[in-house]
Write a protein of this length. Structure first.
Length: 240
């Protein structure tokens, strides 16, 4: 029994020594020349605390850019994207450039794609009287206007039957940057089939067999200093 116990003791001792040597080889020993722990909140320049320059094999991460600052590559890419929307030298080009300078994530072409989707959602939700889906897409003032129109329609017992055929064209026609708020105006030319039925079911407006062309000029806005990436409809105008 004692012999068996001694064998186990020897095995555990060998394992303990092996683990110790392994840790020592991985972690190393303190020599008194180790670097001090890095304080991520301490400001640094190109020299360390002793005044010595950093070794050549240390790669410095790029510093965070100040608002409105773009790299030359980003500026060139942004200029190319904006030129596809507005000719270089035009007022619209300058305004879009100002927005991109303050918010490098802004892409005019992607914005138009999103605006097209928002337009269809808003037009459809308004026709259906869907306040729940309208509210997050509209500014408070615009929502109140839409809500009033829906309420008036409901008070008369009217119901809209609408079919969204599609958007023929959507283009940015104006833009501005007022403080931290960017405004972008889009002109939509779309096709709809719409009719309104009264309380008794009779058609009071529109034609179920007629496709109507509608031209709307809508302005969207976003606080570019906010983390919220969503744009909201802040103004509407009919071009008819």
């Amino acid at each position: 029994m004692n012999e068996l116990f001694d064998i186990y003791n020897i095995i555990f001792l060998v394992l303990a020594v092996a683990v110790f040597l392994r840790l020592r080889s991985v972690l190393g020993r303190r020599t008194g020349n180790e670097r001090q722990p890095v304080d991520p909140y301490q400001a640094r320049d190109n020299a360390d605390a002793s005044g010595a320059t950093r070794p050549d094999n240390v790669v410095s991460l790029p510093s965070a850019k100040q608002p409105g600052e773009l790299s030359s590559e980003q500026s060139a890419e942004a200029a190319e994207r904006i030129a596809r929307i507005a000719p270089a030298g035009s007022s619209l080009n300058e305004q879009l450039t100002a927005i991109v300078a303050s918010d490098p994530s802004f892409d005019p072409e992607h914005f138009v794609t999103g605006a097209r989707a928002a337009y269809e959602m808003i037009v459809t939700a308004f026709a259906e009287g869907d306040r729940k889906n309208l509210k997050p897409l509209l500014s408070r003032e615009v929502f109140e206007g839409f809500d009033t129109a829906i309420a008036d329609r409901e008070s008369r017992g009217e119901k809209v039957e609408s079919t969204f055929v599609g958007i023929e064209k959507a283009e940015i026609v104006d833009a501005s940057l007022k403080g931290p708020t960017a405004h972008v105006t889009v002109r939509f030319r779309s096709e709809l089939i719409s009719l309104t039925r009264g309380r008794d079911g009779t058609v009071v407006e529109g034609d179920a067999n007629k496709v109507v062309e509608v031209v709307d000029i809508w302005t969207f806005a976003r606080d570019i200093s906010s983390r919220d990436p969503n744009w909201k409809l802040v103004a509407t105008e009919s071009a008819d």
